[in-house]
Write a protein that binds this ligand. Structure first.
Ligand code: A3P
Length: 323
């Protein structure tokens, strides 16, 4: 299992030796500018900082891991590309029917830059849609300076924990972490890209200061009224739906194509294994589990729920952000 995960030996040892380190869920994590990362992600983030050239019309889909990245990628891709790829129910031609959503919007940071060089991102036509798990403090300074827009998606923290725990135990072959131990780490903020509340607050504060540049969304609200959010996203991406599209049901077509049930059942998402980050093959289905709001209720004790609620409440106090 060791070789399937980030190894310290694969990181930038000179940079890593200067950073605080602690045991994370499966490897030592390193605190890089306030964010807990694996050795390889530290290297990747540092490479992005030095090699990536943002463009003013770039749009970043930013998420904390397990908050609905896959869904947001699908929605944003379908909305932004609907002229080139119209959604005609039953036509079978849309890229989302044959390509995993994770592969339609590339990640800015990836551990194996020898496999996926940053220069590849330079070849993409504008406007680019890119995704990231980095907190705002780790995005290249050009991103806010050039006014690049960001769509941020967060989620009820207890559901994030449950989703993370399932995912961790699914993707690491031969790897198991029990719920109690991973809950401890989660409560301490010791999670990949954590602490979670710092990540949320970073983007929340930016969205308050610059609402036209940073759109702050919650998974739970998006699940409750996806149609409204799809229209909001289209407007933010500067491709609002026309009255004609609305009356033709284009919004509902996108909601339906990107729904959990539709995407999960497609062969491209329900079978097979892909190595997206290099050295860590994962089942394509691992991005689609329950897709529910409040799934924590079937996994956490009342005591655990209270404890995490208390921590999150305290950390977010005064910000205006609540769950
Ligand atoms: P659960 O584990 O709670 O089911 P990410 O894409 O950031 O890794 O997040 C994964 C979570 O989003 C998983 O949550 C997954 O089931 C859920 N998800 C994936 N596709 C979805 C969709 N189309 N609609 C709603 N939720 C989705």
């Amino acid at each position: 299992a060791e070789s399937n995960h980030d190894g310290a030996e694969e990181g930038d040892s000179q940079l890593l030796s200067t950073l605080p380190t602690r045991q994370g869920m499966w490897k030592p994590f390193f605190l890089y500018r306030g964010c807990w990362l694996t050795p390889r992600s530290v290297t990747s983030v540092a490479l992005v900082q030095s090699q990536f050239t943002p463009r003013p019309d770039d749009v970043f889909l930013a998420t904390y891991p397990k908050c609905g990245t896959t869904w947001l990628k699908a929605l944003a891709f379908a909305i932004a590309n609907r002229t080139v790829h119209p959604i005609v129910s039953g036509s079978g031609a849309h890229p989302l029917l044959t390509t995993h959503p994770q592969d339609l919007v590339p990640f800015l940071e990836l551990p194996h830059r020898d496999v996926h060089p940053i220069a590849d991102l330079d070849k993409l036509p504008s406007p680019r849609l890119l995704s990231t798990h980095m907190p705002p403090s780790l995005l290249p300074p050009g991103v806010p300076a050039l006014g690049c827009r960001v769509v941020y998606l967060c989620r009820e923290p207890k559901d994030v924990f449950v989703s993370t725990w399932h995912y961790m135990n699914k993707v690491g072959e031969g790897f198991h972490i029990d719920m109690g131990a991973s809950f401890e780490l989660f409560c301490e903020g010791m999670t990949l890209c954590g602490p979670l509340w710092e990540h949320y607050l970073g983007y929340w504060n930016q969205s308050v200061a610059e609402p036209d540049r940073v759109l702050f969304l919650k998974y739970d609200e998006m699940m409750a009224d996806t149609t409204k959010h799809v229209r909001m996203l289209a407007k933010f991406l500067r491709v609002p739906f026309t009255d004609e599209e609305v009356s033709d049901g284009a919004v509902e077509e996108i909601v339906s194509l990107c729904s959990f049930e539709t995407l999960k059942s497609l062969p491209v998402n329900s079978s097979g294994v892909s190595d997206r980050i290099g050295g860590m093959p994962m089942e394509n289905s691992s991005y689609f589990r329950a897709g529910k709001v409040g799934d924590w209720k079937t996994h956490l004790t009342e005591e655990m729920a209270k404890r995490l609620d208390g921590i999150v409440e305290e950390k977010l106090r005064g910000s205006g952000l609540t769950f």
